[in-house]
Design a protein around this ligand. Structure first.
Ligand code: NAD
Length: 434
């Protein structure tokens, strides 16, 4: 099919490449001229394992093309996907302005019957609203169907998640439109759930809120473990062996971040508030996470009293490994706390340094490697569980640091191993080892 993808962020670009890979002809559109120019040259706007190779291959076959012209991309398109950002407003509501802009532009450019698929995560009722918006502004009498197709990929494993996903959700009022989108997605060979627009919108928020709940739950258990002398690693492992619970999302740490969980949980609070439902459980999940992100620095303060004039290495900036995304990353909370305490902060991340520089500017020092960050540090704080950090040469770490003291927000190491190397090791939900 001839498909247009509007919005070339983490979701739009991965989805466009994946649809092209299974045989469709995809025209990718973004308003960001620099991004489009770079993509034409084979330069990706963000880090995602495997994506550059896939895109290079697809563009050489012309099954994936890039443009800034939404108007031209609409000519001959049978299906138009929208994957623009829906960031949070200050009050937690969802900023739909990019989506509204695209909808209004599309209304002017659509000249033949078409299906518009909304990939962006949007509050319940938004797909209906976008349909009304387009219909009201269509100068020509053509039929525009709306399909909600929320995205579940995770940054860092986005291609794997697309080709080996657990389900594809297709929400539509018109069964014919749903059928077309089902056919488009069939080659992925992933179970397809066809449902209403409202259900599809709610499935996305409910899924993310549930995963966030699992994380905050295990983090609270970890916090209690520390106080009663239990070890969260053993507790979570045995809990996860119960199939009703499952092992995933039971890793204790300093909380979730990223561009989805924080924003989507806050949005679901708003959605429930709008219908006068007090979502007490979700409020607690968010409160627990906010507190959890401050835990590492609190532990450091307890250990040292004051952190001013301390040289502190922060290892990992991305909100999780294998991405350069630092949106709402725990690292930003940690670094802000450290700077407020008067510490001198040196940071390192294998791929997120450029994004971090845009936010942190000259407030911190930027190291070229893990080792360079650790050199003469009074302590290290591990914020992202990158493989390069987990594969540490511990004797080297100990020798590089002024004092071999590590606060690990992601439980990367076995405490007994740290003790073997004479490193003082504070982690989450486990006894301190020295
Ligand atoms: P992003 O911010 O990385 O990318 C959005 C892109 O849309 C940008 O390139 C921007 O230039 C472009 N854009 C904005 N307005 C435009 C316009 N008028 N015309 C053309 N292009 C325009 O966003 P993302 O992280 O890919 O997320 C997109 C949506 O998918 C959001 O609703 C998000 O909640 C949802 N989602 C994201 C993830 C994720 O892991 N990032 C996962 C699932 C769902």
């Amino acid at each position: 099919m001839r498909i247009t993808m509007v919005g070339l962020g983490y979701v739009g670009l991965v989805t466009a490449a994946s649809l092209a890979e299974i045989g469709h002809h995809v025209t990718c559109v973004d308003q960001d001229e620099n991004k489009v120019r770079q993509l034409k040259e084979g330069i990706l706007p963000f880090y995602e394992p495997g994506l550059r190779e896939l895109i290079t291959n697809l563009t050489s076959k012309s099954s994936l093309t890039f443009t800034t012209s939404l108007e031209r991309s609409c000519l001959g398109a049978e299906v138009i996907y929208i994957a623009v950002g829906t960031p949070p407003n200050d009050d937690g509501t969802v900023d739909l302005s990019s989506l509204e802009t695209v909808a209004l532009q599309l209304a002017g450019y659509i000249k033949a019957d078409v299906i518009v698929v909304i990939k962006s995560t949007v509050p319940v009722g938004t797909n209906d609203y976008v349909k009304r918006l387009i219909d009201e502004h269509l100068p020509t009498p053509v039929s525009v169907d709306i399909v909600s197709n929320p995205e579940f990929l995770r940054e860092g494993t986005a291609l794997h998640d697309t080709f080996f996903g657990d389900r594809i959700v297709i929400g539509a009022n018109n069964p014919d439109a749903a059928k077309v989108i089902e056919e488009i997605n069939k080659p992925f060979n992933v179970p397809i759930v066809k449902t209403t627009l409202q259900n599809a919108e709610m499935i996305k928020y409910a899924s993310n809120a549930f995963l966030a709940t699992k994380i905050s739950f295990i983090n609270e258990i970890a916090n209690i473990c520390e106080k009663v002398g239990a070890d969260i690693a053993d507790v979570a492992k045995a809990m996860g062996m119960d199939k009703r619970i499952g092992p995933q999302f039971l890793q204790a740490g300093i909380g979730y971040g990223g561009s989805c969980f924080p924003k989507d949980t806050r949005a679901l609070m708003q959605i429930s508030g709008n219908v006068a439902h007090e979502f007490a459980l979700l409020k607690a999940v968010i409160d627990v996470n906010n507190k959890q992100q401050t835990l590492l620095v609190e532990k450091a303060k307890q250990r040292f009293g004051k952190l001013d004039e301390r040289r502190i290495a922060v290892l990992g900036l991305a909100f999780k490994p294998n991405t350069d995304d630092i949106r709402e990353a725990a690292s930003l909370v940690v670094i802000e706390q450290l700077l407020t305490e008067g510490a001198t902060v040196t940071v390192y991340d294998p791929v997120a340094m450029n994004n971090a520089k845009l936010v942190l500017n000259d407030q911190v020092l930027y190291a070229e490697s893990v080792e360079a960050a650790l050199k003469e540090a009074d302590m290290a704080l591990i914020v992202t569980e990158w493989e390069i950090i987990k594969q540490a040469d511990l004797p080297k770490w100990r020798n590089l640091m002024n004092e071999p003291i590590i606060f690990d927000g992601r439980n990367c190491f076995d405490p007994s191993k740290m003790a073997e190397h004479n490193i003082e090791y504070h982690s989450i939900g486990r006894p301190v080892s020295m």
